[in-house]
Design a protein around this ligand. Structure first.
Ligand SMILES: [Zn+2]
Length: 270
């Protein structure tokens, strides 16, 4: 079977390196361990990951606020659209500050969640309108780009719905980061729903091909609780079941960390 890498460099550029089916040009790779599994984003997805949890939401909002500051992006007066907003914590935060907030999302429960949090203008990923009600000034993609089945199609859609000078804030796991290379199969972002891992070069190139020029980079530290870490570990290593009291104790732990994620901003021409 011939697979076309979403980075756009063609199947001839792919080289097998252990479980990594790697693009020679940009070093992004398919994860051979999870090839062709057709991951389903159903209601269990946010539930299993604690995405609707209130404490988790508070961490995500605080983290998002730091990233916006770090990227020099002010939401006030702008139209924002989050692509793949998950538990909608950051989208709700954006809606409180921006002039308008839109979101697209694959999981129906997440759409319902966003509406419940006061963000009515959200659309199913596959049923998104060709044209949003107003052009978007700020795009937000937080841990979502690596999930997109057809990133080029989404970037075309974003380009068509962008206001002049629109910006995009992107945080994604980085193929080729120190932790990815050092941890290999133990890398926390190596998950069944991450079929393709983007390198920094591959990500920059596909955005630039769609008219989004790289504007800045930042280190995406995440504010997390020990309970979030425990949830993540349980998801990655189901055999590792932490007892309830341990999770409760961990819930009180708060820390910043970043394991192999890149943060970038892009900007369209005016
Ligand atoms: Zn490539």
């Amino acid at each position: 079977m011939v697979v076309e890498p979403p980075c756009g460099h063609g199947s001839a550029a792919l080289l097998e390196k252990g479980y990594r089916l790697q693009c020679r040009r940009c070093k992004s790779f398919f994860d051979g361990d999870f090839a062709g599994q057709n991951f389903d984003y159903d209601a269990s997805y946010p539930e299993l990951r604690g995405h609707f949890d209130g404490a988790t939401g508070e961490m995500k909002r605080r983290t998002f606020e730091r990233w916006l500051d770090g990227a020099g992006i002010d939401l006030a007066g702008n139209a924002v659209c989050e692509v793949g907003f998950g538990g909608a914590h950051c989208l709700a935060f954006a809606a409180e500050r921006a002039a308008q907030a839109f979101g697209i999302e694959a999981v129906p429960e997440n759409l319902a969640r966003a509406r419940a949090l006061g963000v009515p203008d959200v659309f199913p990923f596959d049923g998104r309108p060709d044209r949003l009600p107003t052009p978007v000034d700020i795009w937000v993609l937080l841990d979502s780009f690596e999930h997109l089945p057809e990133p080029a199609g989404v970037l075309d859609w974003m380009a068509a719905n962008s206001a002049p000078g629109a910006k995009a804030l992107v945080v994604a796991p980085e193929a080729g980061s120190t932790s990815e290379r050092a941890l290999g199969r133990l890398w926390p972002h190596k998950l069944p729903d991450h079929e393709f891992h983007w390198s920094r070069a591959g990500l920059v190139e596909i955005f630039e091909r769609h008219g989004f020029a790289r504007a800045s980079e930042f280190h995406p530290w995440k504010y997390v609780s020990g309970a979030m870490l425990a949830n993540h570990l349980r998801h990655k290593f189901p055999a590792l079941a932490l007892p309830g009291p341990a999770v409760k104790a961990l819930a009180r732990v708060r820390l910043y960390f970043n394991v192999g994620q890149m943060g970038l901003t892009f900007e369209r021409a005016r």
